[in-house]
Design a protein around this ligand. Structure first.
Ligand code: HEM
Length: 390
């Protein structure tokens, strides 16, 4: 234990989480759910939705990497479920695609079969989105009408559904940016679409953890030992930085900035490449200049690596709950893997398989970072554990 530790804020009725002392004066039992609620089933269902979202993110990545995203030029949320079924229907879709700049300037002369290939990717991405909507809504109604949900879950589940709908609309807003003047979509809208995907995934994953992790619903003490408090704050900040890096990655992808400067660790033969800010206003370079966007993605990766190693070193404190310590080991492994994948993807100039692996790696890293935050935020009290064991 650190010598500087003083518990000055401790007052009767509050508690300091400190596994070395039995000072937790809060009720030790899990907050009782109303009879009939089925936390485990609901939690597993939400976890399954997270797995579907991982698939959705990967298929979205494949849609982008195969340049398929602009092949469906309309947004028909309901009737669009059915793909073209006749030759005439395919021809009609192809004619609409021929009107947009991507066909005229990039894909002119494309055959109908080639068009079908890109169409199926985009259709698959949209279909998966609709399917996830159904996989969410139907069990939700079942759980609701069988009174299997804790009351506090209801607004969260409604919010998840609304965010899912918003993500569909944002996807169309992104596609629309590539249909009139550009030959690709706006990198800003791509980043917003990917950024919201990770927010939705993170939110659902967090609520699933609330339901599935043992002890997550035990009332938490208001004051923590400084070692635990410090590690928790650092882990939350690291997760925020990982999120920023994911959004930066979307800018790298949206600007095709992974197709240039395919060397590592140097860029243009230097640690800091020249002419990072050629455009005016200065700020626009951060989001529109390929060189700076890629450079920043590298820099933030190094910052994440350093922060993770420091945090991992700190997590040797015996005061940290076991699951949190294990989770931080996983975060270290996931960061290492993701950085290696990123470097490999860059050196190979983004082949589809590596681009997808790097994207899936980001989902994995984000999930384990959130798990670590959860393990440091919702801790089963040691006394509660004793009480349960008795
Ligand atoms: C913690 C570290 C990292 C995270 C969380 C991360 C995350 C991401 C994400 C989410 C994307 C967007 C993928 C997409 O939308 O398709 C991306 C793209 C990319 N990242 Fe990273 N990245 C990391 C480190 C690196 C490193 C160290 C490099 C290379 C030095 C790198 C190179 C790239 C490249 C080249 C792309 C563009 C791939 C494409 O066009 O599909 N990344 N990254």
């Amino acid at each position: 234990m650190r010598s500087c530790y003083k518990p000055p804020r401790f007052q009767p009725g509050n508690s300091v989480y400190n596994p070395t002392m039995a000072v937790n004066t809060l009720p030790m039992e899990d907050v009782k759910a109303p009879a009939g609620t089925r936390d485990r089933a609901v939690g597993l269902w939400l976890l399954a939705i997270c797995a579907c979202l991982l698939a959705m993110i990967v298929v979205g990545g494949a849609t982008r990497l195969t340049d398929s995203g602009l092949s469906i030029t309309e947004w028909r949320p309901v009737t669009g479920t059915i793909p073209p079924l006749s030759d005439a229907a395919w021809q009609s879709e192809f004619e609409k695609y021929k009107q947009i700049p991507e066909y005229r300037y990039i894909n002119k002369g494309m055959s109908l079969d080639e068009f079908k290939y890109i169409y199926w990717w985009e259709w698959g991405h949209r279909f998966l989105g609709r399917l996830i909507g159904v996989l969410f809504l139907v069990p939700f109604l079942y759980f609701y009408f069988t009174k299997s949900l804790r009351p506090e879950l209801l607004p969260k589940l409604v919010l998840m559904f609304v965010l899912g709908g918003l993500q569909g609309a944002l996807g169309w807003y992104m596609v629309a940016s590539g249909l009139t003047e550009r030959v690709d979509v706006s990198q800003y809208r791509l980043a917003a679409h990917l950024g919201l995907a990770f927010i939705i995934l993170g939110f659902i994953f967090w609520v699933a953890m609330d339901l599935l992790r043992e002890g997550a619903r035990v009332p938490q003490p208001r004051f923590l030992h400084p070692d635990i408090q410090g590690t928790r704050t650092a882990m939350i900040a690291l997760t925020g930085l990982i999120y920023v890096q994911i959004v930066l990655g979307a800018f790298v992808a949206g600007l095709d900035a992974g197709l240039i400067y395919n060397t590592w660790p140097l860029m243009e033969g230097a640690w800091v490449p020249p002419e990072l800010f050629p455009h005016s206003p200065w700020l626009a370079n951060f989001f529109e200049h390929q060189k700076l966007v890629q450079f920043n993605h590298r820099l933030v990766a190094y910052a994440i690596a350093i922060a993770t190693v420091v945090l991992w070193w700190r997590c040797r404190s015996p005061l940290l709950p076991g699951p949190a310590r294990k989770a931080i080991h996983w975060v270290l492994a996931a960061v290492g893997l993701q950085i290696l994948l990123g470097i490999w993807t860059l050196l190979a100039a983004v082949p589809i398989a590596l681009g997808l692996a790097h994207q899936a790696g980001a989902v994995f890293l984000f999930a384990v970072a959130l798990y670590a935050c959860h393990a440091l935020t919702k801790m089963p009290s040691p006394v509660a554990a004793d009480a349960r064991a008795a």
